[in-house]
Design a protein around this ligand. Structure first.
Ligand code: TXE
Length: 497
């Protein structure tokens, strides 16, 4: 065991009453409506955060609106990139502090908090910083005839949309927030971020670093509170130009509808998935098992791109199931604040109860549990790593996003059946194909309905690769140059001379 000692600055930050971060300062307007934060690894209350009042929300959006037309508009693209890189430097300088706040709040392993919430988040930020000077319009040759010899020149400008509301879930509270505000700020927009009500802390600390980096007050603001009040008020606020959301499909539909109904706001929605991994028969059972662990068990399965449906050829499925059961037995639970832990708790009690509910119903439906299917007998939200043999593609565990360490396996007989089964879902975020046969993989990729298809790997998300869903997994793409289309508007200019 290599238990990490909590830094004094982390204790101080958790002990004070936090609330919102608006126009460069901490704001706590009310002390009666407070979010109580519980460490999901221990069930201990560790911090309190005041929720935003409607006045706080107006103040945050107004500050962002003023900064959009003032402080941020006057910062050149190159300077914007420099400031985002300075923030990245500061996040690295405060790496351990940010990682500890995140782990204590979300139960994420400290090693994952350092890697994803700081190092990866910083890679994304630097990637966005690199685009600030490359956002360009075009000159256009015009075609209509000229009656009296006059000439026309056409050009397009790419202009930032305005104030962006970023609504963020609890599974990666810094990294996903960076996806939102990094894209927004790089394009010249300003932002108001609403973290999940169960992980409201880490972004407040990042927002302080934003000011330390020299980014003007009001460019990035953070408001906290329940989605249906604070999130909804932001989504429908008249001065918000765009809503970018990552979270569940049902919430995505509510937010998308509200955003359109309140002034046709632009939306980007990333709504998770019920992602499939298809193993062709040339892959050995040993490699299949390692593939399932890679695809489904990172961060205890609380990753939007994780696989939850696994298709294995009928001739191999019993062998794979037996070896998978043995492999899952090696995933023993550990304290997330221990450097050597490899399997942590779920992020909160309500999510834990939801996952246990899936197990209860799967048992009622007589599904075969290969391993797990319950909670560890420990304080905290520890769920056993679980695998089941599904009976058909209609089982609840083959259709609903569980968002936990749960793999459901189903046998297939032919490649055509494999494709049909992989596509049999309202979701379409990501999928993986596992085979040693490259031409087989290349033929299958176009047939798989998903925004990302991995071959012999899963869960690899890179800042340079567009990421987003087809079908019910959402609208729009984050990362790559694709993000620019979603945070800017094209203005056409035509001149006669
Ligand atoms: O997410 P919600 P929840 C999936 C996963 C999980 C399920 C529900 O299956 O079990 O979603 O999780 C804010 N207007 N994912 O309930 O409701 C809310 O405050 C405006 C997939 O935690 O989607 C939070 O900040 N905002 C996923 C954010 O939306 C609203 C990551 C996400 O909450 C709102 C997490 C409203 N009406 C969960 N209602 C992924 N795609 O990675 C809620 N919110």
């Amino acid at each position: 065991m290599v238990e990490v000692s909590i830094l004094p600055q982390v204790r101080d930050f958790m002990n004070r009453l936090n609330g919102q971060f608006i126009n460069g300062k901490t704001v706590v307007s009310q002390q009666d409506e407070v979010i109580t934060i519980t460490n999901p690894a221990t069930d201990e209350v560790i911090a309190h955060v005041a929720t935003a009042t409607s006045g706080d929300i107006d103040y945050a959006v107004d500050s962002a609106h003023r900064a959009f037309h003032g402080g941020w508009a006057n910062v050149s693209p190159a300077q914007r990139g420099l400031l985002l890189n300075r923030l990245a430097d500061l996040m690295i300088a405060h790496r351990e502090e940010l990682a500890q706040i995140e782990t204590l709040t979300s139960g994420k392993l400290i090693t994952l908090s350092r890697a994803f919430e700081v190092d990866y988040a910083v890679s994304f930020l630097r990637y966005y910083a690199g685009w600030t000077t490359r956002i360009e319009g075009k000159t256009v040759a015009l075609s209509l005839p000229s009656a009296n010899g006059e000439k026309y020149t056409g050009l397009t400008l790419r202009e930032p949309l305005g104030v962006v509301a970023g609504i963020v879930p609890w599974n990666f509270s810094i990294m996903i927030a960076v996806w939102k505000f990094g894209s927004a700020l790089a394009c010249g927009c300003t932002a108001v971020i609403k973290p999940s009500e169960v992980t409201p802390l880490t972004m407040l600390r990042v927002a302080e670093l934003v000011i330390e980096a020299g980014i003007p007050p009001g460019v990035l603001n953070v408001v906290n509170g329940p989605g249906q009040q604070v999130g909804h008020a932001l989504t429908t606020h008249p001065k918000i130009a765009k809503v970018t959301f990552t979270g569940g499909m049902e919430t995505g539909a509510i937010i998308g509808t509200a955003a359109l109904q309140s002034g046709f706001k632009r939306v980007t929605l990333e709504l998770g998935g019920k992602n499939a991994a298809g193993f062709l028969p040339d892959v050995s059972p040993e490699k299949t098992v390692e593939g399932i662990i890679e695809a489904g068990f990172l961060n205890s399965g609380q990753v939007c791109a994780s696989a939850e449906r696994y298709y294995v050829h009928r001739s191999l499925i019993n062998n794979v199931a037996e070896q998978l059961g043995k492999r899952l037995a090696t995933l023993t639970p550990g304290d997330p604040m221990d450097d050597e832990s490899r399997f942590g708790p779920l992020a909160n009690r309500s999510h834990f109860n939801k996952v246990i509910g899936y197990f209860t119903r799967a048992r009622d439906q007589n599904l075969t549990f290969i391993h797990g299917g319950g909670a560890f007998d420990l304080p905290g939200c520890y769920i056993q790593p679980t695998a089941v043999l599904a009976r058909s593609e209609n089982d609840e565990l083959m259709r609903q996003e569980v968002f936990g360490p749960v793999a459901s396996l189903l046998a297939y007989d032919s490649v055509d059946e494999l494709v049909t089964l992989m596509n049999d879902s309202p979701y379409g975020l990501a999928a993986s194909l596992w085979t040693n046969n490259l031409s087989q993989a290349l033929r299958l990729i176009p047939r798989v309905e998903a925004g990302t298809v991995w071959v012999n790997m899963h869960n690899y998300i890179d800042p340079a690769m567009p990421f987003g869903g087809t079908k019910g997994s959402g609208i729009g793409r984050e990362f790559g140059s694709a993000f620019i289309d979603h945070f800017t508007e094209i203005k056409s200019v035509i001149m006669r001379y």
